[in-house]
Design a protein around this ligand. Sequence first.
Ligand SMILES: Cc1ncc(COP(=O)(O)O)c(C=O)c1O
Length: 361
Amino acid sequence: MNVPLMNLHAPLEGVAESWRASLEQLFARAHFVLGQELSLFESEFAAELDARFAVGVGSGTAAIELCLREAGITTREQEVITSPLTAPFTGIAILAAGASIKFCDVDPDTLLLDPVHAEMRMTSRTAAIVPVHLYGQPCDLDRLSALRLPLIQDACQAHGAAYKGRPFTDYSPHVAYSFYPTKNLGCLGDGGAIVTSDATIANRLSMLRDGGRADAHVSILPGINSRLDEIQCCFLRAFLPHLREWNQRRSRIAALYDQAFHGFEPVRPVLRREPSVHHLYVVRAPNRDRLREHLAEHGVGTGIHYPVPLHLHPTFEKCGAMFGDLPHAERACREIVSLPIWPQMEEAQALYVIDQVKSFY
Ligand SMILES: Cc1ncc(COP(=O)(O)O)c(C=O)c1O
C-alpha cells in the first residue's frame, strides 16, 4: 500500500466543476488582480471564521509581515517574541517588517509557545508576540493575552480552529493565514489572508498590501506589493465550502492514530490542545530516522515539522539564542515525526500506517 504524507490531487478533483466554471467566467472578464473573486472570497472566508473582515495577500509570510507593519512594529529596536518551532517563514516575516526576533521556548508537551517563558524574556523593547497555532492547535490565548502586548497570531496551520469556542479574532485583531497548497485550506500556488474584526485595521491592511495606495495614483502608507490574485480565489472559493467537512475527516484519522498509540509506549503523540484542526499528526518517536526509513520502505510518507529550530538557522543567528538555550524545542526537533493525514485518507490507510509503525518497534 502507498500512503503519502499528504495528497493534493484528491481535493482538486473533488470540486473540479466549481473551479472550472469560475475560471471560465474570470477569463471572460479578464480582470485578474483585486477583482470580484477576491472580494467574494474575503467575505466568505471572514464569515467562515466568525470574523468581520479578511484581506487577501500574496502568502502567509506576507500576512504576518503586513500585520506587523500595520501595528507599527518595523524597527530593529522593537523585539517580537515567537516560537523557534515553526516554519522559517514566521521569523522571515518579522525580519521583513524590520523588527528583531526574540525566540522563547515551547511547552514540552504541546510544543506551542510557552507563555511563562515568554513572560520571563519580555523586556521594555518587546513590542509584540507572534504565537504560532502549530499543527492546527490553538495556543494558550488567555495567558498570552494577559501579557498585554499586541498578538499577531500565526494561524497558517489552523484554518477553522478557534480557542475556547471563540474565534481567534476575539483575542487580537491580527490573525494571519497561509493558503500554501498543503494547508487545510490551500490554493494552487502562494496565497494568504489576514482576518480581523476591526474595520480600521482591515482598511489599512487593504492599502498596505497594495503599495499603500489609497487610490490608483496615491500611496499614503509604506506598503508592499502582495495581493491574492483572482485565479487563486477561484480555487479557494471552490474549496472553502468543504473546509469544515475536511477538518472533521482529519479529526477521524487523528482519532484512529490516538486510539492505536494510546498505551503503546515507544510512540508518544504530541499532546494536543483541543479543538485542533489536525493540520499535521505529530508523534515523538525513538530512533525517529530509522523509523522514517522503515516507513518509506513500506510506502508510507512522513515528514519532520521541523528538523531545525529557528534559532539554529544561520539566518537567525543574530537573534541572540544559541544551542542549548531553548532545550524543549531543540529536543522536540530530534524526536518528532509527522505521519500521513489528509481529509480523503481512507481508514484502511491509517490502519496500515499504524501497523507499519508498530511492526518497526
Ligand atoms: C506556521 C507557518 N507560518 C508561516 C508560514 C508561511 O506561509 P507561506 O508559505 O504562505 O508564506 C507557514 C507555511 O509555510 C507556516 O506553516
